[in-house]
Write a protein that binds this ligand. Structure first.
Ligand SMILES: Nc1ncnc2c1ncn2[C@@H]1O[C@H](COP(=O)(O)OP(=O)(O)OP(=O)(O)O)[C@@H](O)[C@H]1O
Ligand SMILES: [Mg+2]
Length: 232
């Protein structure tokens, strides 16, 4: 894909992922992980090549069909994603116009925030905010999730709560694309790992293989984080 700046990203990437699995996407900053998420749901168009999701050519879908696709596979952006002046209940309801009160309550319950529906995001810690953002995706009753760095910037306790939510999402049979360098999370939840490097797929396989690899390119990604992956 090429941006107007002339910058090319993900030029040689080819990967086939199962929407029934949790695939972790790993790669250096600027490797194109967020761009990959945006390509997957048609928020940006590739200059060349094809993007498929649920058997559909995402890069050829009209805007209306893309809106439906993004309900089936919501993309949780990196960073804050809530309206600070709206309660959690309103935040979740706004994500799915037409959703019943029960559906909104259920989504909040799934992330452990059933008691916090009347609170404002500003009254919550970063972990609860992240979980509320996940509730905004779950209220759509999605078939797949795209989560961009769901535990980045969270302390251990908040990250563990997000991990709990992702574990229960996984238990319900939902697959996800999770961009994350949180190897503790990866070790516990990933079915597959995709490494994006130099615009191509440098690795696609089991998390154990990734973490144990002696391949210099992979070592460079895993080594600095090994401590945080093994303790706790
Ligand atoms: N809209 C855009 N216009 C121009 N360049 C862009 C645009 N979006 C992303 N890029 C560039 O594409 C490259 C990949 O960006 P991307 O955000 O996908 O990286 P990333 O792997 O998610 O990095 P990080 O780990 O820091 O989040 C970067 O060099 C970025 O500057
Ligand atoms: Mg990113």
């Amino acid at each position: 894909m090429r941006f107007e700046s002339g910058r090319r990203v993900l030029e040689g990437l080819s990967a086939e992922l199962s929407t029934r699995e949790l695939t972790f996407v790993v790669g250096a900053s600027g490797a194109g992980k967020s761009v990959l998420c945006r390509l997957a749901v048609g928020l940006v168009q590739p200059e060349a090549g094809r993007v498929e999701l649920f058997g559909e050519r995402v890069d050829r879908l009209p805007e209306r069909a893309l809106r439906t696709l993004r309900q089936r596979a919501p993309y949780l952006v990196q960073g804050p994603a809530l309206l600070d002046w709206r309660t959690l209940r309103e935040n979740v309801a706004l994500a799915a116009p037409g959703a019943s009160d029960d559906a909104v309550r259920e989504a909040l319950t799934l992330v452990g925030l059933e008691e916090a529906g009347d609170r404002l995001p500003t009254e919550l810690g970063p972990g609860a905010k992240k979980r509320a953002a996940i509730a905004r995706a779950l209220v759509l009753k999605p078939e797949y999730l795209l989560l961009d760095e769901p535990t980045t910037g969270l302390d251990r306790r908040a990250a563990a709560q997000v991990e709990g939510v992702l574990a229960s999402v996984k238990e319900r049979g939902l697959g996800a694309l999770v961009v994350s360098h949180d190897y503790r999370l990866l070790r516990r939840l990933a079915d597959k790992v995709l490494v994006v490097s130099g615009g191509r797929s440098a690795f696609l396989g089991e998390p154990e293989t990734f973490l144990a690899s002696s391949e210099p390119e992979l070592r460079a990604l895993t080594e600095p984080f090994m401590e945080s992956a093994t303790d706790g």
